[in-house]
Design a protein around this ligand. Structure first.
Ligand code: ZN
Length: 420
């Protein structure tokens, strides 16, 4: 289909094969249009609405795997904004659409519903002279509010887009959720349909374009256990785990790409005078590079098995043998896309139009899913400032220009979706 607007640049052939850019306009060109300017101005004028939603959503508990109540409230907001095909998918993602009027790409703009806080956590938000203190207020009630504000501003404008914009409040971003909400979007609910994925997560003005992958395991050494004096001479699960930790602690990893390992939790034993029947630990490994992540994983697994053999070998006369169980806690794909990728460029350009140059960073977010699949995906900060994410003293301050967050999201999705 021919565009009524001219094609603005030479479209790289490889990219054109995936996504029609016939309607593409740069953020600067869009921001110069009266209707787009009015939409951006409305986001600034309606800043209090955005903050009110941020607080309202944050005061609904959303522990890992228990995002339903917050999801229900989010769905009601989508319905009030008049989005179409509003639904909760099979895994709990809340979805609402703004249909495109042409053959443009499909863009997902998402914030995550879940928090790291367990059931029973006090989630009331305190407002002291504009400083909002509350669990999850930045991560990711800010993102949820920015997604809503963007949907509201687009709906209120009369701008039509060739591309379809799908707004999402997704489940399962935080550790134990293991990105299950976004995985479900790409594997099932919207499989094969997403051309650009943007997550709004946390506070600030940065742009995550590279995905730090992680492998997380719970490792358990098991044995018969017994009295520390009476049963002495059998392999000891705690000793085996100690050997493993000592070996892991000495592993060598590259600094570029940054690759890390950590034994974060150790458990086991029942008393000082008992040989434990079990000792376990949680291990986390991370890297921007899938290859480095695999390499450190192989070394850690080898260290675990060698420690088992060494502890069993230490007591050759014993009947009891230890066993080793490695449970996967989470696997997040690593990956990166070039700074020249269209989604990264457009996001940078949109921020520049609004007055700043975003720093490109690597992190572990919902965008890991598309990036790991080789698809265009980024995570943008939601504006404002704050600190203490995942802690009990998390705070958010909108400051004098918090509305830049929603403006950035809106200008970005519009630039990708195109505007008639
Ligand atoms: Zn988050």
């Amino acid at each position: 289909m021919l565009s009524r607007r001219p094609v603005l640049s030479l479209v790289p052939l490889a990219l054109a094969a995936f996504v029609s850019l016939a309607h593409a306009q740069s953020p600067a060109q869009l921001a110069a249009r009266g209707d787009v300017r009015a939409m951006l101005d409305a986001l600034k004028a309606d800043n209090a609405w955005t903050l009110e939603k941020q607080v309202m959503l944050c005061e609904i508990p959303a522990p890992p795997f228990k995002e339903t109540a917050r999801g229900v409230a989010y769905k009601a907001q989508f319905e009030q904004l008049g989005l179409t095909n509003v639904r909760v998918d099979a895994i709990g993602n809340v979805i609402g659409e703004r249909r495109g009027v042409g053959d443009g790409p499909t863009i997902v703009l998402a914030g995550h519903l879940d928090t790291v806080f367990p059931e029973g956590t006090d989630v009331r938000v305190k407002n002291e002279n504009g400083r909002l203190t509350g669990r999850g207020i930045g991560d990711d009630c800010r993102g949820l509010a920015v997604v809503l504000a963007t949907a509201r501003a687009l709906q209120a404008s009369k701008i039509t887009t060739p591309g379809t914009i799908i707004f999402v409040g997704n489940v399962g971003e935080e550790g134990p959720g293991n990105l299950r909400g976004t995985r479900h979007l790409f594997d099932k609910e919207l499989a094969g349909k997403i051309d650009y994925f943007i997550s709004v997560d946390g506070v600030g003005d940065g742009l995550t374009s590279r995905a730090v992958g992680s492998h997380r395991y719970r490792v358990t050494y098991k044995g018969r256990g017994g009295h520390s004096y009476g049963a002495f001479g059998i392999p000891n699960p705690a000793h085996a785990m100690g050997r493993a930790i000592a070996a892991i602690a000495d592993l060598k990893v590259p600094t570029k790409p940054k690759t890390t390992f950590n034994v974060g939790i150790v458990r086991g034993g029942t008393s000082v005078n008992s040989i434990p029947f079990e000792a376990s630990m949680d291990i986390d490994m991370r890297s921007e590079s899938a290859r480095s992540l695999t390499a450190i994983d192989v070394q850690v697994q080898r260290a675990l098995r060698r420690a088992l053999a060494a502890e069993n070998g230490r007591w050759p006369g014993a009947n009891d043998r230890l066993s080793l169980v490695v449970d996967t806690v989470g696997i997040r794909p690593a990956g990166s896309q070039p700074d020249s990728a269209r989604i990264v460029r457009v996001a940078s350009d949109a921020a520049k139009v609004l007055g700043w140059t975003p720093q490109l960073t690597s992190s572990s977010t919902d965008a890991n899913v598309p990036i790991g699949m080789g698809l265009p995906g980024i995570t943008i900060d939601g504006g404002g400032r704050g600190d203490g994410a995942h802690g009990l003293d998390e705070w958010y301050e909108d400051g004098p220009r918090g509305w830049l967050g929603p403006q950035w999201a809106a200008l970005l999705v519009l630039s990708l979706a195109g505007a008639r």
